[in-house]
Design a protein around this ligand. Sequence first.
Ligand code: IMP
Ligand code: MG
Length: 199
Amino acid sequence: MQVLLSAAELASGIDRLADTVRREYGRRPLVVVGVLTGSIVLVADLIRRLECPIELSMVSASSYRGTATAPGRLELRLDSLPDLAGRDVLLVDDIFDTGRTLEALVAELRRRGAASIRSLVLVQKAGRAEVAMQPDFVGFDIPDVFVVGYGLDFDGAWRHLPHLAALDSADIAAARVGSAPRPDAHRPTPVDPAGDART
Ligand code: IMP
Ligand code: MG
């Protein structure tokens, strides 16, 4: 595992993101919509740097399953959202990979009548986008590697790391050996550490 962004580098990235958000919205009230689970650390750090009135809501999106590093079917849950009609919404996620999660969420938020929707991500992976949209605010551009830490996980592990680290295939093998047996553990899961495989 290799440290890609240290805790200090992440902190200055969040400072920069918060400055940008402040410039964009001034003192206007904002609905911050975080995407569970990967964005929780980013959301916690970001909102404490903002001074405008904020209502926080979390939605859930999952596209990765078990020990696969390639995206599977996207599942969205938006049942805890407040009424968004006429409101400014900042959608916050950990990573822009293929972009399918944010694209689907922006479409949902738009259907709910938000006055404006901007999206913010901690990191964007190079050369992976499969959608036309781009996130409005990006903390860091990173190469096409599978990353963990600062909220991001691999099969549930490593979300709590204070830095962002790139996994190599040995880490992935070790995580699979070390994890508790699962009901489907006998089924081999194809793993592509570069994240290029499609399911
Ligand atoms: P997208 O829909 O392909 O942009 O995927 C976005 C979601 O996939 C993120 O919210 C993450 O949960 C997950 N994801 C994508 N790449 C990585 C990674 O390198 N590490 C951990 N999770 C990832
Ligand atoms: Mg996520």
